[in-house]
Design a protein around this ligand. Structure first.
Ligand SMILES: [Zn+2]
Length: 204
């Protein structure tokens, strides 16, 4: 998005060179033609352009090494709240699960696995990544109690011990990436209100 500092320095140098070259276009003007009193000061315009060059402010970047370049590129674009649980993200089938789910989350090692079938579309990849990171928020952060309470009273979406966590993880995906989640076609539920609003509030 932003220019790199190297590029910025190059542009600054190029503008400076251009300005100096412009000064040198009429080397003998001063000697052969007397300066006019109301001559437009064109060099000032060039100087102003140089002064208003955009300032590049370096932004600390989260760096990922999931094992897949597309996933590495996606991760830093996701909302920062998803990384509060500090889960490690891996590309591939979850080694602790029966093959082959698009995504998986292992609470013990706090690991997210994004499997090959998640890459069928960009939307599905985003949904799977957000959903699995959502599990880490529900199981590994101070938001846990509020997130679980936010889906209280909702219908069962996955019978068994993962029911609440699946509801929360999907609601997080519907709140943070609604378009991709809708397009993914593989959600547990649509997380309607009041639960979606309650999860949104728990993420504030
Ligand atoms: Zn899940």
């Amino acid at each position: 998005m932003g220019l790199s500092s190297r590029t910025c320095r190059w542009i600054t140098a190029a503008v400076a060179v251009g300005f100096l070259a412009g000064c040198g276009l009429n080397p003998s003007a001063g000697a052969s033609v007397p300066p006019r009193r109301h001559n437009p000061v064109t060099p000032a315009t060039t100087t102003t352009t140089t002064a208003t060059a955009p300032v590049v402010v370096p932004i600390p970047a989260r760096v990922f090494a999931t094992g897949n370049a597309q996933l590495d590129a996606l991760m830093p674009t996701l909302p920062s709240v998803l990384f509060e649980g500090a889960a490690t993200v891996h590309f591939g089938w979850n080694p602790l699960d029966t093959c082959c789910h698009a995504g998986g989350y292992n609470p013990g090692p706090n690991e997210v696995w994004v499997g090959q079938s998640a890459f069928e579309s960009a939307a599905r990849l985003t949904y799977v990544a957000v959903h699995e990171l959502g599990h880490s928020l529900q199981l590994h952060t101070a938001r846990a109690a509020a997130l679980t309470a936010a889906v209280a009273g909702a219908p069962v979406v996955r019978a068994g011990p993962w029911d609440d966590s699946e509801k929360v993880a999907d609601c997080i995906a519907w709140v943070l990436s609604p378009a991709e989640t809708a397009a993914s076609g593989i959600t547990y539920w649509r997380c309607p209100d009041p639960w979606r609003s309650q999860v949104r509030a728990a993420l504030q």
